[in-house]
Design a protein around this ligand. Structure first.
Ligand code: ASP
Length: 355
């Protein structure tokens, strides 16, 4: 039996066409391009159904509700397909790839998010190889997690970041090895695959073993991100931390440091964490982890109630905050779960608290 794939096209460069205003998505255009590709008609390729979203979005327009809608779509078609491809714009691809693993609980089939820097309709493009290789991996390789495939690398979705606005090797996962590399052969590194996370479930997931469950949001979640910079005004941060904000990703310096000589800054943080805002520090560096006790400038953040985001990416930390608050957890449980690896987003054993 040929394998069957479900392809969700959300928008993005891969399926865009040239218009007078520049590249833009157009309904039906991607499907027509794919129908004209002889490679996809080869009997060695899986069969596929394309579901095009309405409206097709440049991923800069994506909202958290879109992550949940993609998750719903995958759950609704889960039993009928061997694997899933999400064709997505690159700009916020790392956010969607980071969010889906939290929402798709019990996932045991490949979900591969891909796109391209150059559309399929151009003569020279990266779309063709990203699409074909993603389809082959989703059909033939037992990768039971949400991945991002781009530029010959298969990455864990919740570890991926966009690192290049123009290069064809646009994504990386600096704190986690690639799940696979693609050259003459497709090589999957099984030692880094995360099947163990398939059992992760929260109270919002519809139970029903085996199978997939969507962690349907039960509460409105308001989260944000703030990058420290030299000269920042405590008033600016105070404004950011106003209700209804529930959680903030604080992009701190180095190993999780901030301006500990600025008492007003620390007071703003302490006031917000004291009324239940969860402030989680991650590093502005591309790689490495937060260790709040390493410097006095980090210990001061911890005393102000900031907690460590360990080696999470900014994208994963934001999506995790959104997921936990939308699951209806209170601040104390959110803080506890931020230290646990729920779907491989940080470097500790599943269910363990990071040190
Ligand atoms: N602006 C586009 C998007 O994210 C860029 C791309 O697809 O690569 O939808």
């Amino acid at each position: 039996m040929p394998k069957r794939l479900y392809i969700a096209y959300t928008g993005g460069t891969i399926g865009m066409r040239r218009t007078a205003d520049g590249y833009a998505p157009a309904p039906g255009w991607l499907a027509a391009q794919m129908a004209a590709m002889p490679e996809l008609a080869d009997p060695r390729m899986p069969s596929y159904d394309i579901h095009e979203y309405d409206p097709l979005l440049d991923s800069s327009n994506m909202q958290p509700a879109d992550w949940v809608a993609i998750g719903q779509d995958i759950c609704a078609h889960y039993d009928g397909y061997d694997g899933f491809i999400v064709l997505h714009g690159t700009d916020t691809m790392a956010y969607t790839a980071s969010a889906l693993p939290f929402f798709l609980q019990g996932l045991a089939k490949p979900v591969i998010i891909t796109g391209s820097q150059i559309p399929l309709c151009e003569v020279r493009n990266d779309a063709r190889s990203n699409l074909i290789t993603s389809m082959l991996i989703a059909a033939e390789y037992p990768v039971p997690e949400v991945c991002l495939y781009f530029g010959q690398k298969l990455l864990r979705g919740c570890r991926a970041v966009k690192v290049d606005a123009a290069g064809l090797d646009a994504f990386d996962s600096p704190n986690y090895p690639p799940l696979g590399v693609v050259g003459v052969e497709i090589q999957i590194d099984r030692t880094h695959l995360g099947g163990q996370y398939a059992r992760h479930k929260t109270k919002t997931a519809k139970r029903g073993e085996p199978g997939i469950a969507l962690a349907t949001p039960v509460a409105a979640a308001t989260v944000g991100a703030f990058r420290l910079f030299p000269g920042l005004s405590p008033d600016l941060l105070r404004n950011v931390l106003q209700p209804p904000l529930q959680g903030l990703v604080l992009e701190a310096y180095g190993a999780g440091n901030g301006p500990d000589r600025d008492a007003a800054f620390l007071e703003v943080l302490a006031e917000a964490t004291g009324r239940g805002v969860v402030v989680v520090a991650i590093t502005q560096c591309l790689a490495g982890a937060v260790r709040l006790g390493e410097y006095a400038a980090g210990s001061a953040l911890a005393r102000a109630g900031v907690i460590s985001g360990h080696d999470m990416t900014a994208e994963a930390a934001l999506c995790k905050l959104f997921y936990l608050f939308s699951a209806g957890y209170g601040p104390e449980v959110v803080k506890q779960k931020l230290g646990e690896s729920l779907c491989g987003e940080l470097t500790v054993a599943p269910g363990r608290i990071a040190g």
